[in-house]
Ligand binder design. Structure first.
Ligand code: NAD
Ligand code: TYD
Length: 335
């Protein structure tokens, strides 16, 4: 693989993946296709080697632009998505345009051009909630919010293109991811940056929903591993193996920032809030991948990154973000 198209490469996981790829494979050139929505940020790409990285501002929902960007590529890795559950509950149409129609355009371009690998980055959320045990790749999908439903839609289209047209589609389903460069609408960077500013941490419901936390570099290595060693038509779970109740994550963040629990503000729950996510990644582990970051170190390291990089997040937490924050949290009251 010499030329890899990465979509959504100006976002959180995508930019970490581009950095990981350029650092790991000196022969690879990355074409980074990103629409630069509110979540896309060229600051995430500042330190990259420009001689092996081409940035193209384009919408994956634009079929022509996507086909052009993919010309001559060996593989495409799709990170581009509308990715925040709470936003999908407020308004879902962009989620359908990007997460379903955009994926369709990638599949069509791959079909026309004979692209050797199409990796669709997806999420453990497509399974829905599980009270006990962990989902395997053979379990049926059961998404329960517009974001996860749109991601499942993109996945199913991908599998249909594998079965119908032989397009070499591989799907990964990662757990909740955390680390540097995450847009501060997601719980971890939101709580860290609020805590730094002595602002309340709006904890939904009883705080006992469980998420499995996966460090971003482990997620990137997992995607890369599936891309290079996975089998077309297959799905691979990427678990962090760090399941925590939200309240435990919150107190850990406060401990790392050096603030006390009085900043915790229990608020009205998210509608349809999935209680627990849990996946089993035995299948990807059998190919030689495993998560390397332990949770305590990962959270401490991530908190430190936000403490040391205020230049990065302070300008994000203005304008569009503040409007969103008001809409999302103003009427939440208390739990
Ligand atoms: P993000 O919101 O930080 O970044 C998304 C990027 O996609 C942004 O740069 C944005 O500009 C770009 N984008 C959005 N719509 C686009 C379009 N129509 N055309 C081109 N670019 C577009 O998201 P993230 O957290 O980095 O997630 C990346 C991928 O990983 C998504 O597919 C998401 O579903 C998946 N995922 C995320 C997590 C997580 O915890 N963050 C976990 C599992 C899977
Ligand atoms: P989030 O980061 O939005 O990821 P996802 O919904 O994809 O899992 O939320 C992670 C967990 O944190 C989820 O259970 C919802 C909860 N949460 C809060 O309690 N307060 C918040 O302000 C946010 C954004 C999330």
């Amino acid at each position: 693989m010499k030329r890899i198209v990465v979509t959504g490469g100006a976002g959180f996981i995508g930019s970490n993946f581009v950095r990981y790829t350029l650092n790991t494979y000196p022969e690879v050139h990355v074409v980074n296709v990103d629409k630069l929505t509110y979540a896309g940020n060229l600051d995430n790409l500042k330190d990259l080697d420009a001689s092996r990285h081409t940035f193209v501002q384009a919408d994956i929902a634009d079929a022509e632009a996507m086909a052009k960007a993919m010309e001559g590529c060996d593989a495409v890795v799709n990170f581009a998505a509308d990715s925040h559950v709470d936003r999908s509950i407020m308004e879902a149409s962009d989620f359908i345009a990007t997460n379903v129609r955009g994926v369709h355009n990638i599949l069509e371009a791959a079909k026309a051009q004979g692209t050797k690998r199409v990796l669709l980055v997806s999420t453990d959320e497509v399974y829905g909630s599980i009270a006990e045990g962990s989902f395997r790749e053979t379990d049926p999908v059961g998404p329960r919010n517009p974001y996860s439903a749109s991601k499942a839609g993109g996945e199913l289209l991908g599998l249909s293109y594998f079965h119908t047209f032989g397009i070499p589609v591989i799907i990964t389903r990662g757990s909740n991811t955390y680390g540097p460069y995450q847009y501060p609408e997601k719980v971890l960077p939101l709580f860290v940056t609020n805590a730094i500013d002595n602002e309340p941490l709006p904890l939904y419901g009883d705080g006992k929903n469980v998420r499995d936390w996966l460090f971003v570099e482990d997620h990137c290595r997992g995607v890369d591993h599936a891309l290079r060693h996975g089998t077309p038509g297959e799905i691979y779970n990427i678990a962090g193996e760090n399941e925590r109740e939200n309240i435990a994550l919150t107190t850990k963040i406060l401990e790392c920032v050096g603030k006390d629990d009085s900043l915790i503000r229990p608020v009205k729950d998210r509608p349809g809030h999935d209680r627990r996510y849990s996946i089993d990644s035995t299948k990807l582990k059998a190919l030689g991948w495993e998560p390397q970051m332990d949770w305590e170190t990962g959270v401490a390291l991530t908190v430190k990154w936000y403490q040391e990089n205020e230049w990065w997040w302070r300008k994000i937490k203005t304008g569009e973000f503040l409007e969103y924050y008001k809409r999302q949290y103003a009427d939440r009251g208390s739990a």
